[in-house]
Design a protein around this ligand. Structure first.
Ligand SMILES: [Zn+2]
Length: 247
């Protein structure tokens, strides 16, 4: 072994394994967090808010339609003259087409939230993602004659496969800025408090029309937001982008 090779070997002996392992671990953690956090825009560009110069905000309801709660949510929105956006699961659209028609008739916007909302959806291939999007678009288009352009990733998960799929399908990914975690067991008052604490002009708020707490939440939240001079509009109006494709 010559002199320079000896020095090189000694040098590597001196590098603690942590110098290699720690940055590697940090990289992996950042990638994982990025994939699970749509707000980071890690793999795809999602829209999280609209114009912040006026007091428009958008309420969004995920995972429906639900045979009990969607109707109750609809009644409350109607009572307060509020328009909202519903990110629906294709499988449920097929089960409850009447609810989708009602949402559309009352001028709410319907977006695509995948067909299965499967727990393993982030492991989907591009072909599987395309199928999720296509089947949900078809279910909605067959019901209301309009093909949605807005898509919200289930669980807020974004992966490179999904990013490529959306680029191909032409959907616009819609995220959120305010998330009160309303599906977890908690008091309506604490859900409302979280929203009111965070809410700013232009915000998109993530809620779900799939649990009983949403009713008392909206009963108090809608008048309170109005009192604070917020105007609740659809995502289409908030971000000034078409919610449906020309068929
Ligand atoms: Zn969801």
């Amino acid at each position: 072994m010559n002199f320079s090779a000896t020095i090189l070997l000694n040098y590597f002996d001196l590098i603690p394994w942590q110098l290699i392992a720690v940055p590697l671990m940090i990289g992996l953690v950042i990638t994982a967090l990025g994939a699970f956090n749509v707000q980071w825009n890690f793999f795809l560009n999602a829209i999280h808010q609209g114009d912040t110069s006026n007091r428009q905000i958008a309420l969004t309801f995920d995972d429906g339609p639900h045979p009990i709660y969607t109707k109750q949510v609809l009644a409350l929105l109607k009572k307060h003259g509020v328009q909202a956006t519903f990110f629906c699961i294709g499988r449920r659209v097929l089960h409850y087409p009447e609810l989708i028609k009602e949402l559309d008739e009352q001028a709410h916007i319907i977006g695509n939230h995948s067909f299965t909302h499967a727990a393993t959806i982030d492991f989907h291939s591009k072909a599987q993602w395309l199928e999720e999007l296509r089947k949900t678009d078809a279910a909605i288009a067959d019901t209301i004659g309009k093909k949605p352009l807005f898509f919200r990733p289930p669980y807020g998960v974004t992966t490179p496969h999904l990013a490529k799929t959306i680029k191909k399908s032409g959907h616009l990914a819609i995220g959120w800025r305010v998330r009160p975690y309303d599906t977890r067991r908690q008091q309506p008052a604490s859900i409302i408090r979280k929203i009111l604490h965070q809410i700013k002009a232009g915000d998109i708020i993530l809620l779900h029309d799939t649990h009983e707490r949403i009713v008392p939440v909206l009963e108090q939240l809608l008048p309170e937001l109005k009192k604070r001079n917020f105007t609740m509009v659809t995502v289409e109006k908030l971000i000034r982008r078409n919610a449906y494709a020309q068929l």
